[in-house]
Every structure is written in structure tokens, then in C-alpha cells.
Design a protein around this ligand. Structure first.
Ligand code: PMP
Length: 430
């Protein structure tokens, strides 16, 4: 086992720094061109769904409606049934929409701003201030969406069992300007955390000063297991209904990382009142969704079991990549105590925390060596990680060998940045 870097003598630390500088120079000479920036499925994963390119074979749904024509705003009944079973809700609570759940989230928040929700005293745009609780690290697009819409963000820590629920309760209880919270309940982006039943129950039941406080329950990775120990998402709609807040949660999911990331199907699930509210506003801008795409997804999966089986094929492709990330980081950094990383059992990301104050340096070093990483701080509102230590790794898109090469390089960059920082700190202190 290696000695923790911080406990090396000045001389040994200088030697370690020199070694890492050499390793980094060698890395640069390889002229790599690798990309771990975004959680995208690889070509091999997309290939799994290629049968979709020849579907649907039919032109009518179960009820005999021609899917090629207008109508059916809530989506194909048989597809809503599949998602209802997967998400533990009733088919009537599910809307099947276009290709992007992010668009449904955006539309929902814009509707809150313009019209107010079912329990809103007035549109959010008429409030002096609208704020959301944002567990960090979190999904960068959630945060940029709020920034774009003028919604302020208050951070709480993301724990292994979900957001710091005591902190959330305290914020929400007395402050009516807090209108929402983002939650990625299953295999969170980027921490991989799964919201426990207990945390979900507290979020559903907690008193909120705003009558229209809303949980944006973005279950983007609900079925994206990396092991046989498959996490089951808490049933937030039932929990909220049982504690007298039926309209509090709005759930989102999609097949972006199940079938095609650009041509899947997204769904929203919520109380009957919220579904009616969403569809009423949607009907002003749409005559109906792409039911041809809905039908081909139904023909492709047949049922919920078909989706689960398909996800196991994804797992076989990507689990080795996550193992490669862990191996490379352990090999390069184990024992040095300059980094901690997650061991997710699902989802698309590994969360890497490096020595405070070095994440931006690591990302810059990696970039100069041809390894593109998500910008440091991306998982925080306004891209601002107060400790400059968080890096999101997305290993699914490159092929396995590239993941190995890239991650060995990242480990070198982490070790180099840490050694530089420790040397500078000692020099500064002396
Ligand atoms: N939510 C989360 C947490 C995500 O990580 C992503 C994709 N990176 C999305 C939503 C986007 O979903 P969609 O493709 O359905 O718009």
C-alpha cells in the first residue's frame, strides 16, 4: 500500500512530483483524443435497439386508432401501461410524450411560471422570488434550466440515501419562496445515490410553506442497473398521496438510454389533477405526440419485462467500463488519499472527488493531454463548486480500451495536481 501523499517528507514529495511530471509528459506524447464528458450510450448500446429502425409493422394501436394521424395527446395506452408497471403507478397517471424528458421538465416549469400549478395561489412569475432546493452534486442541465428561467438555487448535500433530508425539511418549512426540489432518485447523476424509502417518505410528508411546493422526481436512471442487485425506486406518488400532498411530486423518465438517445420516448407521471393540468397546457401547443414512435417502442418491448431484459443487455456492455474506471483509479491513486470515488450500482456516472482546490487543474491537465472531461464544477449551480474538488466521469460512450487508457491518464492528472498543490501549500506555509 502506498503512503498517503500528505504524510511524505518534503524530499519524498518532491520526488513524487517529479515522477508524476514525467508520467504526465509521457501521457502528452501519446496524443490521445478521448472523451468522457457526457453520459451518452455507446454505439454498441444503440445497436441493441436497431430493430426499431424496421418498426412498427402495424399502423393502428390496440383500440384500432391510426397512429399515423393526429390525436391521442396523452400517448399510446399500451406504452403508458408498460411505463406504469415499470414506475409503479397507474396507467392513467402516465403521459407518454416526445423524445425528451428534459423538454417535459422545461415545459412543466414554464407552465408553473406562466399559469401556476394545481395548488398555486398565483403563477410563479408573479412571486417576488422563486427558489429551488438543489442537491449537490447534481445534474448540470437541471441547474442551467433554473438559471435560464430566473429561479434561484439553494444547495443541500447529496448523501448516499438521497438529499440531506433534514436540511431540506428545514428550508422548505418556513420559506414560501421555495417552490421545488430536483431529485434524481435512482442512481443519481452524478453520485449514483439511490433515494431510500425513508428519505422519500419524509420528502413526501414534510410540511412546506409553499402550498405548491413540487418535487421534480427525475427518474432518468430508474431501470439502469449495473449489478444484479437492482434498486427499486421509492413510490413517491403513493407516498405523497398518502400524506395528503397528492400533487407534490411530478415524475419523469425516458428511453433515451434504453433505446435511442435522440429518438426514444419520454414520460411524465403524476396525480390525476397534475396530469390534467399538464395536458391542458400541452394541448395549446400540440395536437398529439409521435404515436408511430410509441407504437414501434411497444412492438419492440412487448411489455415491462421486455424493457427489463433489454436493460440487462445494456448492463453487459457498460458494467465492464465502470469496473475499468475503478481499476484504473485504484491502480493510480489507491492509498495516496488524494481522491475518493463512487462505486455506483447503476446509472451513467462515477463521481470523483479530488483534493480540494485541484479539480479545475485536473480537468485542464487532462484536456492538454487529449482527455476531455466534464468541466470542473459542472455538477453545481452556476458551475461553481465551492471546494473545487468534484469531477463527473462518464465512461459509457468510449469503447472499453479507451476507458482504460483515459482513466489511467486521469489518475496521473489527479496525482500530479495533488502533488503540485501539496508542494505549493508547504512552500506557502514555510
Ligand atoms: N435527467 C437526467 C438526470 C439525465 O442525466 C439526463 C440525460 N443526461 C436527462 C434527464 C435527459 O433526459 P432526456 O434524454 O429524456 O431528455
Amino acid at each position: 500500500l502506498r503512503t498517503p501523499l500528505a504524510s511524505l517528507s518534503d524530499g519524498d514529495l518532491a520526488g513524487f512530483l517529479a515522477e508524476q511530471q514525467q508520467a504526465y509528459a509521457a501521457l502528452q506524447e501519446r496524443h490521445l483524443k478521448l472523451d468522457l464528458t457526457r453520459g451518452k450510450p455507446s454505439a454498441a448500446q444503440l445497436d441493441l435497439a436497431d430493430a426499431l429502425l424496421h418498426l412498427p409493422t402495424g399502423t393502428t394501436d390496440r383500440a384500432g386508432v391510426d397512429v399515423r394521424n393526429y390525436g391521442g395527446l396523452e400517448g399510446l395506452a399500451e406504452l403508458r401501461e408498460i411505463f406504469a408497471e415499470l414506475l409503479w403507478v397507474e396507467p392513467s397517471q402516465v403521459v407518454a410524450g416526445g423524445n425528451s424528458s428534459l423538454s417535459m421538465m422545461y415545459a412543466t416549469i414554464v407552465d408553473f411560471l406562466l399559469f401556476g400549478g394545481v395548488d398555486s395561489p398565483r403563477p410563479w412569475s408573479q412571486e417576488e422570488t422563486v427558489r429551488f432546493v438543489c442537491p449537490v452534486p447534481g445534474y448540470d442541465r437541471h441547474f442551467s434550466m433554473l438559471a435560464e428561467l430566473g429561479i434561484e438555487m439553494v444547495t443541500v448535500e447529496m448523501h448516499d440515501d438521497g438529499p440531506d433530508v433534514a436540511a431540506v425539511e428545514a428550508l422548505v418549512k418556513d420559506d414560501p419562496s421555495i417552490k421545488g426540489i430536483w431529485i434524481v432518485p435512482t442512481y443519481a447523476n452524478p453520485s449514483g445515490a439511490v433515494v431510500s424509502q425513508e428519505v422519500a417518505a419524509r420528502l413526501a410528508a414534510m410540511p412546506a410553506a409553499a402550498p405548491d411546493f413540487t418535487i421534480f422526481w427525475d427518474n432518468a436512471y430508474a431501470f439502469h442497473h449495473l449489478t444484479e442487485d437492482e434498486a427499486k425506486s421509492a413510490d413517491i406518488l403513493s407516498l405523497a398521496a398518502a400524506s395528503g400532498h397528492p400533487n407534490r411530486p411530478i415524475m419523469f423518465a425516458s428511453t433515451s438510454k434504453i433505446t435511442f438517445a435522440g429518438a426514444g420516448v419520454a414520460v411524465l407521471a403524476a396525480s390525476a389533477a397534475n396530469v390534467a393540468w399538464y395536458l391542458r397546457h400541452l394541448s395549446m401547443g400540440s395536437i398529439g405526440p409521435d404515436k408511430v414512435n410509441h407504437l414501434r417502442h411497444v412492438e419492440f418491448f412487448h411489455d415491462a419485462a421486455g424493457v427489463r431484459a433489454h436493460m440487462r443487455r445494456h448492463r453487459d456492455i457498460i458494467a465492464p467500463k465502470f469496473a475499468a474506471v475503478d481499476e484504473a483509479l485504484t491502480e493510480g491513486l489507491g492509498g495516496l488519499e488524494v481522491a475518493e470515488w463512487t462505486h455506483p450500482t447503476g446509472g451513467y456516472f462515477v463521481n470523483l472527488d479530488v483534493l480540494d482546490g485541484t479539480a479545475s487543474r485536473v480537468v485542464a491537465l487532462a484536456k492538454a493531454a487529449g482527455i476531455a472531461l466534464t468541466p470542473a464544477g459542472a455538477s453545481f449551480p452556476h458551475g461553481d463548486d465551492p471546494r473545487d474538488r468534484n469531477i463527473r466521469l462518464a465512461p459509457t460512450f468510449p469503447v472499453l480500451d479507451e476507458v482504460r487508457t483515459a482513466m489511467a491518464g486521469v489518475a496521473t492528472c489527479v496525482a500530479l495536481a495533488a502533488a503540485e498543490k501539496l508542494v505549493a501549500d508547504r512552500e506557502g506555509g514555510s
